[in-house]
Every structure is written in C-alpha cells, then in structure tokens.
Design a binder for this molecule. Structure first.
Ligand SMILES: [Zn+2]
Length: 238
C-alpha cells in the first residue's frame, strides 16, 4: 500500500483512496492513483518502498471518481505508465469529464475543495469483462463490477490457488458498500456485482478504502451479498 487517505491508513493526502503497488517482478503496477491533490506523497512512498521508478509500468484504475483517478495524469507524466481503465470510463478520463465522474457535484457538495480538477489523461488500454492484463510475471483478470458507479472494474489475481481482488469501491471489510447520490450509482447493479464477487470465494480483498483482508475475504463479501439477497441494503461505508 503506497497511498491511503482519511478513510484508511492516512499515509498520503486525506482525499486519497487506497493505492496499491503490485510487484510483478520485472514490472510493477499501481492500482488506482489517488486524488491528485498531493500525489508526490504517494511517489515518495513508492521510493521508500525501494522500488525503482522505471519499473512502475502500469496504472490500473478501478473507476473514474476523483479520489481514485484524478492522480492518473501525474503518474502517467512521472513514470510514463500505461493507463488501464474500463472502456466505459476511458473517454471520461481522456476528456477530464467532471460531469460523468460526478466531480463537479462532489466539489459543490464540499466533498472536494474548490480547485479540485480531473486533468485529462490518455488511456492506453480500455478493458472489458474477462480481459487479461500482464504485469511482469503476473496475470490479472478484469471483472466488470458496476453498482458504485458505471465503468467500474475490479482486478482479480490468482496464484497458487489463492485469489486476491483489487476491488475498488465494490465491497469493503465488514461487508460494507458505498452508495452515493449520483447519476450512475445503481442498487440493482450493485447487487449483481456482490453476487458475482460472492461466487469467487475470495481469499484476499484489497478495497479502495479502509482495511484490506488477507484471508477469508469471502466471509465479508458474503455478508454484503446476503443483505442484497434479502432485498435489503448492506451498511454504507463510514
Ligand atoms: Zn468511487
């Protein structure tokens, strides 16, 4: 973990989501980019981890909300990373679209400060469900996981029979979810995503906020899915 804000471990700017650095041997991948407010703090954490910056070749974005994607342009310029996000969210990122990403609304609601921006960032690899991504020696599978927002994907990594999910804002520790009053948040899609993730019987979960889980993550996902199956809404994060 090289970045995390006030909903997490507070190792970088308070508005940052959890930012993970995946070690694929010859190459590393950043999972999400943080808010872009003080991205240098994340870059410093990468340096402290002793990772040569020329090994950071990929940036894999789960979705285009400001706390996850507004730092993308910084890391693209700093490391020359290839940027991966869903096909649906790619144009929003490339155009710096503050409507589709709900950044204008979030700014007006005081979630983000007044000067908060989404710098347009070219997307190298727009991906869809079941695509595979290679990071050095590792292979990740793309899962479309809408509900929290449109254009949300998660990245599944399976090794030695253990599955790890970089889940962005799908399911969090304790079976929590993150519903927001925005145009593209959908309870029905969220329920389908929870059911899809439940079927994976995940070992490890690295979510976009809060603690990560290093075993039996499926218990937490199950809790969220059971609530949806009973036609209820799982508890919201915070
Ligand atoms: Zn989000």
């Amino acid at each position: 973990m090289v970045g995390s804000g006030e909903n997490g471990f507070q190792t970088s700017h308070p508005l940052d989501c959890n930012v993970f650095l995946l070690d694929g041997g010859t190459e590393h991948a950043l999972i999400d980019a943080g808010s872009g407010v003080e991205p240098k703090r994340i870059a410093a954490n990468i340096e402290h981890a002793g990772v040569p910056t020329d090994r950071v070749k990929h940036l894999l974005l789960t979705h285009a909300h400001g706390d996850h994607a507004a730092g993308a342009r910084f890391f693209r310029d700093l490391f020359g990373v290839e940027v991966t996000c869903s096909k649906e969210a790619a144009p929003w990122l490339e155009q710096g679209d503050t409507e589709k990403t709900s950044i204008r609304l979030a700014r007006e609601a005081g979630v983000y400060p007044e000067g908060f921006r989404l710098d347009p960032c070219p997307v190298t690899s727009p991906v869809a469900d079941n695509d595979t991504i290679t990071v050095g020696d590792l292979e990740l599978r793309v899962l479309e996981t809408p509900g929290h927002s449109r254009g949300h994907v998660s990245y599944l990594w399976t090794e030695d029979g253990h599955s790890s999910l970089f889940g962005g804002d799908t399911v969090f520790a304790g079976g929590k979810i993150l519903i927001q009053n925005i145009w593209d948040c959908s309870l029905q899609e969220y329920a389908e995503t929870a059911s899809k993730l439940d079927r994976l019987r995940l070992d490890r979960l690295y979510p976009g906020h809060g603690p990560f889980l290093l075993s039996e993550a499926h218990r937490h996902v199950r809790r969220a899915n059971l609530e949806f199956e009973r036609l209820r809404v799982p508890p919201n994060l915070q």
